[in-house]
Design a protein around this ligand. Sequence first.
Ligand code: GLN
Length: 544
Amino acid sequence: MARFVFITGGVVSSLGKGIASASLGALLQARGYKVRLRKLDPYLNVDPGTMSPYQHGEVYVTDDGAETDLDLGHYERFTGVAAAKLDNWTTGRIYSDVIAAERRGDYLGGTVQVIPHITDKIKEVIQAETDNYDFVLVEIGGTVGDIESLPFLEAIRQLANELGPQRGLFMHLTLVPYIPSAGELKTKPTQHSVKELLGLGIQPQILLCRCDRPIPENERRKIALFCNVRPESVIPALDASSIYEVPLKYHEEGLDQEVLRHFGLSAYGEPNMARWERIVHAFKQPEGEVTIAVVGKYTNLLDAYKSLAEALAHGGIAHNVKVNLDWVDSQIFENDGEAVARLEKVNGILVPGGFGERGAEGKIEAVRFARERKIPFFGICFGMQMAVIEAARNLLDIKGASSTEFGPCSEPVVGLLTEWLRGNEVERRNLSGDLGGTMRLGAYPAKLAEGSLVRAVYDDKGTIEERHRHRYEVNVAYKDRLEDAGLRFSGMSPDGVLPEIVEYPDHPWFIGVQYHPELKSKPFQPHPLFAGFVGAAVKQARLV
Ligand code: GLN
């Protein structure tokens, strides 16, 4: 039966609870345990799919088509375990399920209340499909003390009590700030945060203390004393040079040993950390570097491109090079000459996913620059759509070529998809439908053309499966004309209706994909497209 580790955060947000949870997952896995990670988010949106990237950062998409919190991306990158719809719950989703049940009459005669109905639902979703795992790590979003997270905290209090200490553990992440004027580390915020938890009936057994410098033994003992934990369970969580160093650091500080000790499992021997040592080595001792321009819209909010930045770093690991990212706001290319100045020195150009018209013309300019100058180019989702529009305008001379996403147009090279196949089922949408959860979402197969670059990139696989998140599609009606002009449609949906991949055979490396390969890349298993793209940048930089 699965053991549950509940991970809460205190003092301030953005302490890296997601990375902490993912790292503990990686450590337990390195000791041979089977892990699953989950996140409970206190906000009212049913999922983050309709939220602005400025509010929420990236929306991470699972194989089963859920739009989830970006922490699920960290979980997958650290453990390799594919996340699923069941692994991310928001207050909004919990309430809408409970209210739907109430409308059906499931609680007939009863008054439906936060306790027990909402808390029971939370306990149910935490435990759903966990039988085959040794450990389930449950991260509670938000900061202890927020009104919104109270039902979640009450539910995990109850659940831990029902499971007993052999099957439940509370881990709390706090901040130990250094006050320069006093020249001291302060433990008081941690003490207060634990008091807040105690007031809710939760005694954490392990404290992970974020700090920018080593925590002296004295402070560690003080925290232990005031917070009712063993001194060994006060784990310093110091800043790391790369997120992939965190599992190694936590292990050095004894996190996995403490977790196993709590559950009465012997922590003999060492976990197998070879994978993490290799990754950290690659980061710390690169043999060269390349620069990739990422031409997008949300370039001042890097959380919006979390998986993308990680996948590019993974591509660097594959070639032992450091990948510098030059984030470029595409709108600057709408002024003449800017593209040349900014893009001339880079070794690769990437146009990532995006929504809406703003900045689109600049992205099209960046595509043209990459195509004409033969600079390695990678277009992802919106980036592929812009590459196809660029080809239609500049190679076929179709001046009005555009996407219906930007309004009605005479040459819809990219158009709204209202009907498509998922396996044998037809999915249907229309213009006036809901926005939430209605894009083409999740894993879909694509067939790769023989002899194409992309087929070689994927190790000669004939069919691949990648994750999608988009409402518009490249219009197959333009395929023949574009192919005659030199743009090869090298990946198509199995029914041949939806273009999935385009490439220029006469270009060193130019690939556009309708899906999001960055979501499946891992540091220990760089995605072949990112490895291929960075490899092409290495060649462009004449490092080989
Ligand atoms: N806005 C485009 C669409 O909906 C592309 C989406 C994306 O890049 N994820 O089709």
